[in-house]
Design a protein around this ligand. Structure first.
Ligand SMILES: Cc1cc2nc3c(=O)[nH]c(=O)nc-3n(C[C@H](O)[C@H](O)[C@H](O)COP(=O)(O)O)c2cc1C
Length: 195
């Protein structure tokens, strides 16, 4: 399993978040990491169906592509997650994956009885997001969701790269400084993890 995982959460191939995440991956590779890239839109991942069969042993019982992604997410030391803002939230592909980690939440808090907020964050995460508009609160919903997801993973939200006013495919290419920031973040994240 790879030390670093990159999750592409947009349904749009080579869209703005995908171009930014690709740069972060390049930075991480430059720093010497092995990075596995997963494009969520290529996978079959159901949202949580709230059957709570995970209460038995903490594993989700729905047999789809989540099972492989789950193991990879648990095994990585650093996670780079990219999602566009859809209706002030993360994309449905990203959210479906997150919901399935309720099985891990059940394991931690119901089966292993770990009190909330008591586990130290041992892993680091980078979140990349873009939206078309400019509002001050554009990323608030997504950030709450990502923080809560990362907490389940015992992961600190180490850095967020959030860019406004990007809408059409390739818009981000007009901002080389954003792509440079993403590259640097990927590199620094690996340096930190190995540090
Ligand atoms: C279903 C949908 C919902 C969207 N909702 C918002 C929104 O709430 N706020 C916003 O600023 N942009 C919104 N957008 C615009 C996207 O965030 C924007 O096009 C972004 O650049 C897409 O990123 P991508 O190229 O990585 O897919 C929405 C786009 C779609 C398709």
């Amino acid at each position: 399993m790879a030390e670093m995982l990159a999750l592409y959460g947009s349904p749009r191939r080579k869209g703005n978040t995908a171009l930014l995440l690709k740069k972060a991956v390049e930075g991480a590779v430059e720093a010497g990491a092995e990075v596995e890239e997963i494009v969520l839109r290529d996978l079959e991942i159901s949202p949580c169906l709230e059957i709570y069969a995970c209460k038995k042993d903490g594993r989700c019982v729905i047999q789809d592509d989540f099972q492989a992604v789950y193991d990879k997410v648990l095994a990585c030391q650093g996670l780079m997650l990219a999602s566009p803002i859809f209706f002030y939230a993360v994309s449905a592909h990203t959210k479906a994956l997150m919901e399935r980690f309720q099985s891990l939440w059940v394991k931690k808090h119901w089966i292993d009885k770990i009190p909330y907020g008591k586990r130290e964050a041992t892993k680091k995460g980078l979140f990349i997001s873009v939206g078309a508009t400019k509002g001050k609160r554009l990323f608030e919903g997504a950030l709450l969701t990502v923080r809560s997801f990362f907490e389940v993973l015992d992961m600190e939200l180490w850095r967020s790269l959030l860019y406004r006013s990007l809408d059409f495919k390739g818009d981000v290419l007009q901002y080389p400084s954003y792509l440079e920031e993403a590259y640097t973040a990927g590199k620094e994240l690996v340096e930190l993890i190995r540090g």
